[in-house]
Design a protein around this ligand. Structure first.
Ligand code: NZQ
Ligand code: ZN
Length: 388
């Protein structure tokens, strides 16, 4: 196991009927900006619940809606103006990964001392570049990204999608009410399960470093997802499957399973290009790429793919090569059963457009990635052809 430090400051408030506790979680006289997406939280009553919970007559409450999936820099900068003008001192994100990520970015951008907040997108900042940091709370409506308990955000701007990592971005608290997920369309449930699955394997299907706890936790998340997926998709308002789904998503990307182990993230780096170029949902981009990446990188990941096959899919046969192939096929079938198509051609992309993806990867200097830093552009081309 590699050396590691671990600190995660986010308080989790999980379970039924927890929104009303917002009143205790935010200071009495705060100037709060509630951020949300394209309107689902208004349509399904979550916004009102949140508003009523915090409206104590002493707080001043503002709202900013319209944060789109794959949140755009220009949209978020409009919220930055409100934060500055109204002296906001608490940010409350109500939504999925896009709203949570967007809100983290609003916070950083509003308090960034450098020339332009665009620098944040390109990693041109350090943790001391902020005049102050506003506390953030979240109310999660879509389990997927783990944003509710991590320090990452992904923002779209001009010619790409950019990860913005900062220790200042951990939420102070996150409310996880599984019942809020009942209104999700099936396709978003599928996206969330796939995203959670792939966050887990990005930190697990690499090479062994004898990190037994992290491995067993990762396997636990994967087996849980396989067990609950069907209930999440087919049983209406099924609390237990949604509760397990929600906690899996948080646990997959709150730092724990990635401690002291190699991490890949090639699927995500390449997936962001597919969202940027073709507008494919994040979870779907990953499901297209993951089986192809494993097919091409079998030798690099051999030991962990065997472990994955044996422990997650319980494949009990002699031949290791076959074991790996069956595990990869089962993974692809799992995504397909979620209702996610796993080939580029399923999304109306033409084979010659693979070169556009390659150009975009090059423009974003994505090269020599993966846990072994040797996944080159040429290998990415091979992966994309396999994924076609
Ligand atoms: O915008 P509204 O109207 O609210 O509708 C949203 C949106 O259209 C809808 N939705 C959310 N909760 C709902 C609901 N509809 C009905 N009922 C509910 N309870 O779902 C749609 C998608 O929402 P979005 O927030 O975009 O999805 P997701 O949570 O998958 O987030 C995706 C974003 O997160 C980034 C992705 O790149 C992408 O930009 N990621 C962030 C990460 C992080 N912070 O660590 C890691 C991830 O790998 C990922 O990259
Ligand atoms: Zn993801």
């Amino acid at each position: 196991m590699f050396n590691f430090d671990f600190q995660n400051p986010t308080k989790i408030v999980f379970g039924k009927d927890r929104i009303k506790e917002l009143n205790k979680l935010i200071k009495d006289n705060a100037r709060v900006l509630i951020t949300y997406g394209g309107g689902s939280v208004k349509r399904f009553g979550t916004f009102d619940k949140v508003y009523n919970a915090i409206n104590n007559g002493k707080r001043v409450i503002f709202e900013f809606g319209g944060i789109e999936p794959n949140p755009k820099y220009d949209t978020l900068m409009k919220a930055v103006d409100i934060v500055k003008k109204e002296n906001i001192d608490f940010l409350l994100a109500v939504g999925g990964g896009s709203v949570m990520d967007g809100t983290k970015f609003i916070n950083l951008a509003a308090n960034y001392k450098g020339e332009t907040p665009e620098n944040l997108l390109y990693g041109k900042f350090n943790e001391n570049d902020f005049s102050k940091i506003i506390p953030i709370g979240t109310v999660v409506t879509l389990p997927a990204t783990g944003s509710e308990m991590n320090s990452g955000a992904v923002v779209s701007h001009k010619n790409g999608k950019f990860p913005v990592m900062s220790k200042h971005s951990f939420p102070k608290f996150s409310i996880l009410e599984p019942e809020l997920t009942y209104t999700l369309p099936k396709t978003q449930v599928a996206n969330g399960i796939a995203d959670t699955f792939i966050h887990t394997v990005e930190q697990y299907v690499t090479y062994p470093v004898d990190a037994k706890i992290q491995d067993r936790m990762a396997e636990g998340i994967l087996k849980t997802l396989i067990e609950i997926a069907d209930d999440c998709l087919t049983k209406e308002n099924d609390y237990n499957s949604r509760a397990n789904f929600m906690w899996s998503a948080t646990m997959a990307l709150n730092g724990l399973i990635g401690l002291g182990v190699p991490q890949d993230w090639a699927t995500h780096a390449m997936g962001h290009e597919l969202t940027y170029l073709f507008g494919i949902d994040h979870g779907k981009t990953l499901s297209i790429l993951q089986p192809a990446i494993w097919e091409v990188r079998k030798d690099k990941k051999r030991d962990k793919l065997i472990q994955y096959a044996e422990r997650v899919w319980e494949i009990d046969i002699e031949n290791d090569d076959e074991k790996i192939d069956i595990a990869i096929n089962k993974t692809r079938e799992f995504f397909e059963k979620l209702g996610i198509k796993t080939h580029l051609s399923d999304y109306g992309i033409k084979e010659e457009q693979i070169e556009d993806i390659i150009k975009s990867l090059e423009a974003h200097h994505i090269n020599n990635i993966s846990e072994t830093h040797d996944l080159t552009i040429d290998i990415m081309r091979e992966i994309l052809k396999k994924a076609y």
